[in-house]
Design a protein around this ligand. Sequence first.
Ligand code: FES
Ligand code: FE2
Length: 317
Amino acid sequence: MSAVRLPERRGPSTPDPRPAIPNGWLGIGYSQDVGQGQVVSRHILGRDLVLFRGNSGALSVADAYCPHLGAHLGGGSVVDDCLRCPYHHWHFGQDGACTQVPYSKVVPKAGLSTWLVREINGFIFVWHHAAGAPPSWEIPPHPALSDPSYGFVATREHLFRGHPQDISENGADFAHFIAIHGWDGVKLKFTPEGHSYRVGYDTEGVDTGYGEAGTVEVDSLAVGPGYTYTHYSGERDWLMISCFTPVDPGTVYLHQLYYARRGMSPQLMRSLIDAVYAEWRKDIRIWETKAYWENPAVVAGDGPIGQFRRWYRQFYV
Ligand code: FES
Ligand SMILES: [Fe+2]
């Protein structure tokens, strides 16, 4: 028996060639994380950000350090729709511009670096582009969320070592649906289109565990590099929306919102969410220890991995 405990792993020796943060709309939390008049500090996308919601309800996201003498603005406060720095009380508007210095008639040109923000489907998204290009696509609102017959059910979060591409790639990795999730016999169809891809599931005669075999319809859409939803319908009607965003290079924040058609028993919903999240955990265990091969050894039956990677590459340019 060895007297020392050797490490089990240190991660792959081949460096990951992918940009750590893909370009596009990336979720940085839930809308409900930032109440009216609140300031929230968050480290995500490899940087310190500050989120503030004005008294009008509008949300802003900015880099967290004050352009004056560098205070972290997370300790500041919201005054009307402005963020007031805790150090010398300079005020910054929602566009980041300095609007007031309490002890000076001159308002300096210096301002906060703000991010483009969207609040869609219960999430906060910011636009990230390594070369500073403006948005060329949007995250579509899901129709169920404006339908009063659906209601919010739950959230789930996980922080793990990984890259968002590997999570997105799951939808094109057909062989893992059998080995990891036990969905043998499900016929899958991968359809990329612009900034989205859809996975069609034909579950006829297959026990997915989410309802009586053959009665579950699954509609799954990925939009951009870090957002997907899966809508299960049929006898049970519920929706899982997921965002996965790098916190730092190599670490991913997965956060999810679950909605269901009103009238489904909370107990049943809890067991469905526990079941689906147990499947996510099985994937996460693989993702957080895996290597990334630019040219993997694939065989027929693996699914459209190459097609998926060509699609995902658009988020690196
Ligand atoms: S450091 Fe922010 S106002 Fe001075
Ligand atoms: Fe999976």
